[in-house]
Design a protein. Structure first.
Length: 425
């Protein structure tokens, strides 16, 4: 039997030997810390349909073990082949520097009101997560929403070649992962690989029509626009944002979201546009967006002894600036910022961290806790406390409790600012 025939027994795959589902196809992948091939014989006895292992392994013959040259490549090829078999399936791929996970969640919440839908779980948006998302799709699925991330040139092209999307959406293009991309132009080129694919295959994009970079990149290729400008196919406007974002469109009326920050407007507008295009009832769009609750430290509001805006899932110069500017508008006179370093900026790190420090000063913020070696090195404002690590911040907060403040928590995931949350919430 072929790998695909084994897969079609249950439409399940696994890459984690600790969580094996019956009748799934297990792919033995090699990671930084573990090699799935080392557990092949153990997995073979756990009721899987088959195991796909690298041929370099000196494993005994076993009826469930299929040896291939490269098990990761086999996983990607299986996902691509499966995609080709799903003739009636619509697939929307989403990428971008900021907001792609939130946009994916919002779009999926809206589309699931009408379609049997599968979407990327969490942020499984890389060369392994994207194939796994495709392989979670069954013949009964009507719509797939696939998030795509990248931190090196060419990675979006690899993913779109696997997925073959019918529709695409780039949330925005900003300064992130500059260490991997080399420069901002490298970010633009890689994100644009989604548009390139859509153009080459005569497919359609959803484009933020208020974003000149994106409209220039899409050109006159097939697309629909959304945003606040009158030129857009789907017009949406901000009604208020204090702190929760309320938007309005002619079709849906006012929508009171549970998202903090005007920077989430683009994400919500995209979801409205996609929903309207695919014929989701306007009331269902409103219901889906008002019910969506952000999680995983993305624009979360936490009420306790302090009023906390927890947005520490990730950070780059674009998202950090947007968060600070929004916080300036809603924080009042008792503001405290807890900011962590922005990672993977390469040679631009000093310039970008100094730009954020200058933004804090010009915005009139008098108190900030800055965490990480970069902020600690470049800060020259005596009003701002610096901490080399989050553990140093935690120790400080234990001795200097913070209460009755409005706090923004923002930083790269690797700084682990969530460790400070128990002391301030």
């Amino acid at each position: 039997m072929s790998i695909y025939e084994y897969y079609c027994k249950a439409y399940k795959v696994s890459t984690d030997s600790r969580r094996i589902e019956p009748d799934s196809v297990f792919f033995a992948l090699k990671g930084e810390r573990f090699d799935g091939n080392d557990f092949a014989m153990e997995v073979a006895e756990q009721g899987v349909a088959s195991l796909v292992v690298a041929d370099r392994q000196s494993l005994p013959e076993h009826p469930r073990i299929l040896k291939v040259k490269d098990s990761l490549q086999a996983l990607q090829e299986l996902a691509h082949y499966h995609r080709q078999q799903l003739k009636g399936l619509k697939v929307l791929s989403i990428t971008g520097t900021n907001g792609k996970t939130t946009t994916k969640e919002l779009v999926s919440a809206v589309l699931s009101k009408k379609f049997r839908l599968i979407h990327t779980q969490g942020n499984l948006n890389n060369h392994i997560g994207v194939p796994l998302t495709l392989l979670s799709i069954t013949p009964e699925t009507e719509f797939g929403v696939v998030e795509m991330g990248a931190n090196h040139p060419g990675e979006i092209k690899t993913l779109v070649d696997i997925v073959c999307p019918d529709y695409g959406l780039i949330t925005n293009i900003g300064k992130a992962h500059l260490e991997g991309f080399g420069c901002f132009e490298g970010v633009i080129k890689t994100k644009n690989e989604l548009y390139d694919h859509l153009k080459a295959h005569h497919k359609t994009a959803f484009v933020n029509g208020d974003n000149k970079l994106l409209t220039d990149l899409i050109g006159d290729s097939s697309h629909y626009t959304y945003g606040s400008g009158q030129q857009n196919d789907y017009q949406v406007h901000i009604k208020s944002c204090n702190p929760y974002l309320t938007v309005s469109s002619e079709s849906t009326g006012d929508i009171q979201t549970r998202l903090v920050g005007s920077y989430n407007f683009e994400n919500v507008a995209a979801a409205i546009a996609v929903g309207m295009h695919f014929g989701v009832d306007a009331n269902d769009i409103k219901e889906a967006l008002e019910a969506y609750q952000p999680t995983n430290s993305r624009s979360q509001v936490i009420e306790g002894k302090n009023h906390i805006i927890m947005d520490a899932y990730n950070a780059n110069p674009t998202s950090m600036s947007a968060s600070i500017n929004n916080f300036r508008n809603i924080s009042g006179g008792n503001a405290l910022l807890i900011l962590g370093d922005m990672r993977e900026l390469g040679d631009a790190s000093e310039q970008e961290h100094k730009a954020i420090l200058n933004l804090l000063k010009t915005s009139g913020f008098h108190e900030a806790y800055l965490v990480g070696p970069c902020f600690s090195q470049y800060n020259d404002n005596p009003e701002y406390h610096t901490f080399p690590t989050v553990d140093d911040l935690v120790a400080y907060l234990g001795q200097h409790p913070v209460e009755h403040r409005t706090i923004l928590v923002k930083g790269s995931r690797g700084i682990q600012l969530e460790k400070a949350l128990p002391l301030i919430q």
